[in-house]
Design a protein. Structure first.
Length: 160
């Protein structure tokens, strides 16, 4: 019997191309609820589980923010982190058009375009973190420094 071939997401293909190791966690999910629910499903530690948010600056540019699932973005700090006067989270209905991903499956790696990416500095203290794998039901576990390299990101503080 042929082994079922895993369907890779853009995020996984990009990590493969950069020869970055990662672990894939699959979980059953009829509809995305939130990151806490995802962490419970995968068994990933909540404090090491990160969500991906996309904001638009006053300039019109888009920015990707990667932060712990239980935290909230401080929009003033986020704007300062990217050198904008202000930033606003993009409406949910625009996520797919901007990133190529759906809500709940938005990975900081492998979006349609490479946007400036800011990773909450607390991620650096872990040897591995969990982020969306690029589709609902898929989580990637990888070293935060590898995530930083793959996303072209930087560590900064932007949470409340």
């Amino acid at each position: 019997m042929a082994k079922e071939k895993e369907i890779k997401t853009n995020a996984m293909r990009m990590l493969d191309r950069k020869k970055i190791s990662y672990e894939v966690l699959q979980y059953e999910c009829d509809e995305f609820i939130d990151g806490l629910h995802t962490a419970q499903k995968t068994g990933a530690p909540v404090e090491q589980s990160f969500k991906t948010l996309v904001a638009q600056g006053k300039s019109g540019r888009y920015y990707v923010f990667v932060l712990p699932i239980a935290e909230e973005t401080d929009l003033k700090k986020a704007a300062k982190a990217v050198g904008e006067k202000s930033v606003e989270m993009i409406p949910v209905k625009e996520i797919t058009a901007v990133t190529g991903y759906v809500r709940g499956g938005c990975s900081p790696i492998g979006m349609k375009k490479q946007f400036p990416t800011i990773i909450q500095e607390s991620a650096a203290k872990y040897d591995k973190i969990y982020v969306s794998g690029g589709r609902i039901g898929t989580t990637l576990c990888l070293n935060p420094e590898d995530l930083r390299k793959a996303s072209g990101g930087e560590y900064k503080d932007f949470i409340q």
